[in-house]
Design a protein around this ligand. Structure first.
Ligand code: RTP
Ligand code: MG
Length: 147
């Protein structure tokens, strides 16, 4: 079992896409273990995007992710990181395949609706930035044996 950190970005919240996006991960068979609507602080944004510090889009990225509420989530499942990245699609909405979240709703790189951890290590690091362990549920998912 693996965990991943997913986050509907401010554009997805503003466009009313939280429900659609959550439904896709549920349908895939991943298990939701934590979720909250929250405002990302400057400090959290810097920690989250540390790998991009110094790049030309870094300042724009920090401004965007702190510009309004996000819907932060932790999901669990076999190969949850890869499974979620496949549902999310390529970074640039124009290149993302139809059927993926970005392929269905995004056309740019800046406003691409959702973040998904890119590795198991990133996932654990990012979960620690946005969630306290007490906010995560520990439960068996009844239908898991059928997925
Ligand atoms: P994410 O981290 O948001 O899930 O997206 P990703 O892995 O597909 O892309 P990543 O390379 O980690 O970039 C993080 C976010 O930065 C913005 N970005 N802008 N050239 C650009 O203008 C550029 N490149 C990346 C995107 O919003 C991307 O999601
Ligand atoms: Mg990334």
């Amino acid at each position: 079992m693996e965990r991943t950190y997913l986050m509907v970005k401010p554009d997805g919240v503003q466009r009313g896409l939280i429900g659609d996006i959550v439904a896709r991960f549920e349908r895939k068979g991943l298990q939701l273990v934590g979720a909250k609507l929250m405002q990302v602080s400057q400090e959290q944004a810097k920690r989250h995007y540390a790998e991009h510090e110094g790049k030309d889009f870094y300042d724009r990225l920090l401004a965007f992710i702190t510009s309004g509420p996000v819907f932060a989530m932790v999901w669990r499942g076999d190969d949850a990181v890869t499974a979620a990245r496949q549902l999310i699609g390529k970074t640039n909405g124009l290149e993302a395949a139809p059927g993926t979240i970005r392929g269905d709703y995004a056309i740019h790189t800046n406003f691409n609706l959702i973040h998904g951890s890119d590795s198991r290590e990133s996932a654990e690091r990012e979960i620690g930035i946005f969630f306290d362990p007490s906010e995560l549920a520990d439960y068996e998912k009844a239908v898991q044996t059928w997925i």
